[in-house]
Ligand binder design. Structure first.
Ligand code: TXA
Ligand code: MG
Length: 343
């Protein structure tokens, strides 16, 4: 199958919508990352998504809608706290886990009786959903185990020959996937941090809870609230280490480790901030240290670059855990198997 990449026009959106209605898969840009979209009401489309991604069938898909009115038929209930989060943060980079209605096939929810719903802010994504005339199930558009794609080119790298069309809306503004919030109970729990931060949720609800696995690896045999937590994600081939602490000590520790590893024959790269001086050592920029949203927007492409360049070791500067920093550290932490060294 030939995979075409087309810019967003009325015509390409109509074409994408028709493909989805016909049971095919389409690369869908969103404000977070590119998604691999299919008809969310079709078990067949869901199976195709799992196959194209190489994804384990027990990891459920997020269902995307274009407006609030499309939500009631998809869920059995909307708890009060969920309603307030919707009003505050949709359209936007937030997924709410809600009790699933019967029209969502169990293939989409991976057998769970809940479903993740998301109303994206991306006009392209909403245009595609409207053109399809059905809600769109879409996981991130990477092959399983690879970093999520933040450009159409990244998605093509992973999906070339597997799907007919990728819609190109340029680089994603947020760059990390949506916040996944379990909103089935009275106190919503953040299962995956993202653009809607714990601080923002707390402002609306006066309380917030963050699942303990956001910043810690799983213990063997442990039961998780979100199947995605089980899988090793975002893992570059390079051995990845994160350094956390006072900036000048972090820079010194990274330079020391770099020189030692390079002398031992490793190909080393630093994921570091523009303000910091690493001499002429190889650095992939995470943007400005004063703007954690830069690191969010660049992290996945930096992880892809590591593999492309054949690096065998990556030394990363940590980001503070407040705001979107928690999402960055969750993804970076998983890429590093939570090898975070305090200096
Ligand atoms: O930003 C995003 O959320 C992107 C774009 C395309 O919208 N999508 C995305 O999907 O990141 P995916 O499938 O790569 O990640 C969805 C995560 C997985 O970790 C999954 O386990 C979790 O959400 N999830 C989905 N449905 C769930 C449910 N019913 N209960 C618990 N966790 C769920
Ligand atoms: Mg994903």
């Amino acid at each position: 199958m030939k995979t075409e990449v087309k810019p967003i026009t009325e015509q390409s959106l109509a074409e994408g919508g028709a493909l989805i209605r016909a049971g095919e898969l389409v690369g869908m840009p969103t404000e977070t990352v590119y998604g691999l979209g299919g008809n969310a009401l079709s078990a067949d489309a869901a199976l195709r998504i799992f196959e194209a991604k190489g994804r384990p069938a027990d990891n459920p898909l997020i269902v995307h809608v274009s407006c609030m009115e499309e939500i009631p038929p998809l869920v059995r209930a909307i708890p009060k706290a969920a309603k307030r989060l919707m009003e505050a943060f949709w359209p936007g980079p937030m997924t709410l886990i809600l009790p699933k209605a019967d029209c969502i096939p169990s293939e989409v929810s991976a057998g769970l009786d809940t479903v993740g719903i998301r109303l994206p802010s991306s006009a392209a994504a909403r245009g595609l959903i409207r053109a399809a005339g059905v809600p769109i199930a879409a996981p991130s558009g990477n092959r399983s185990g690879r970093p999520s794609p933040t450009t159409a080119q990244h998605m093509l790298e992973d999906m070339d020959g597997r799907i007919p069309l990728i819609l190109d809306d340029g680089p994603c503004a947020v760059g990390v996937e949506s916040s996944v919030i379990d909103a089935t109970g009275e106190t919503p729990v953040i299962l995956r941090p993202g653009g809607i931060t714990p601080e923002m949720v707390e402002q609306v609800l006066g309380r917030v809870s963050v699942d303990e696995h956001v910043m810690s690896p799983l213990r063997e045999g442990e039961i998780v609230r979100s199947p995605g937590m089980k899988y090793r994600h975002y893992a570059p081939k390079a051995k990845t280490i994160i350094y956390e602490g006072d900036a000048s000590r972090v820079v010194a520790a990274i330079c020391r480790q770099y020189d030692e590893a390079a002398a031992a024959g490793e190909r080393v790269a630093i994921l570091g901030f523009d303000e910091h001086d690493f001499g002429n050592r190889t650095r992939i920029s995470l943007g400005s240290a004063s703007r954690p949203q830069d690191a969010a927007a660049r992290l996945f492409s930096a992880l892809r670059e590591l593999d492309e360049r054949g690096e065998t070791m990556a030394l990363c500067e940590a980001v503070g855990l407040s705001g979107i920093g928690l999402a960055v550290m969750n993804r970076m932490g998983r890429a590093a198997a939570f090898d975070i060294r305090q200096v």
